[in-house]
Design a protein around this ligand. Structure first.
Ligand code: GLN
Length: 242
């Protein structure tokens, strides 16, 4: 971070922003401002170049066709790679998560190359679409409370040797491989199947992104009663029998 300004980049809101994923940008922005940070938020449409000077990049979920278009444009653009090489943080959801991997199956049923920023490969699940509430225990190395989210995807994601599972599901399908893993991360690049928006349900992850961006171990606490109420409501809902 330079000039004491946090640069937050929301990638392709015109293609990738299902299930309120825009909320992730709002939550990071607000929690940064509550800590007195100056935030420059840049919403980059798919016909615009991705800036390389961002601190935190957010990518949301999307339907199959917009997902292919977004992958094509991000590959052609090439700047997200450069940003990650410079130490940027990337947090991606669902279609965005699949795009960050090596490849996924596109809307035409073909193998579509991703960006290779995460060591994961997504295929089309043979079973039912994974839809519903998710409760997951985050990787103990990250030391954060349980995660709550909502998933809706057909893709199934296999982790390669250098990707760590972000979490393990208690309820829900997560990566959909049957091994109980949910999402993946590697260094400063994160992916999850959880919408919600996931950072409104889990502000602890928004704070993790901020801590990485600021290179600090702790942030001043803020009043999280509203978030706690939302979290408890969603955790209870997930635990209700279907
Ligand atoms: N199209 C992808 C799938 O179904 C991602 C869906 C999403 O982002 N919700 O797997």
């Amino acid at each position: 971070m330079s000039d004491n300004q946090l640069r937050l980049v929301w990638i392709y809101p015109d293609l990738l922003s299902t299930y309120g994923d825009q909320g992730n940008a709002l939550v990071v922005e607000r929690r940064a401002r509550q800590r007195g940070l100056d935030v420059a938020r840049l919403d980059v449409r798919s016909d615009q170049p991705i800036p390389t000077s961002g601190d935190i990049y957010l990518i949301g979920g999307g339907e199959d066709r917009p997902q292919r278009l977004a992958a094509e444009r991000l590959r052609r653009d090439g700047h997200l790679h450069r940003a990650v090489e410079n130490g940027a943080i990337v947090f991606s959801v669902c279609a965005g998560y699949q795009i960050l991997g090596h490849e996924f199956i596109n809307d035409l049923g073909q193998r579509e190359p991703g960006l290779g920023l995460l060591d994961v490969v997504s295929v089309r699940g043979e079973g039912e679409r994974c839809v519903g509430d998710v409760l997951a225990d985050i990787d103990p190395q990250l030391g954060l409370p349980q995660l709550t989210g909502f998933e809706n995807h057909q893709g199934v994601t296999h982790l390669g040797p250098t990707a760590r599972p972000l979490a393990r599901v208690q309820i829900g399908k997560g990566n959909g491989t049957g091994d109980g893993t949910e999402g993946a991360y590697n260094g400063t690049v994160f992916g999850t199947y959880m919408h919600g928006p996931v950072l409104a349900r889990n502000p602890q992850i928004a704070d993790l992104l901020l801590k990485l961006a600021l290179d600090v171990n702790a942030l001043p606490p803020i009043d999280d009663r509203w978030y706690e109420a939302l979290r408890n409501e969603r955790i209870e809902a997930a635990q209700q029998p279907a």
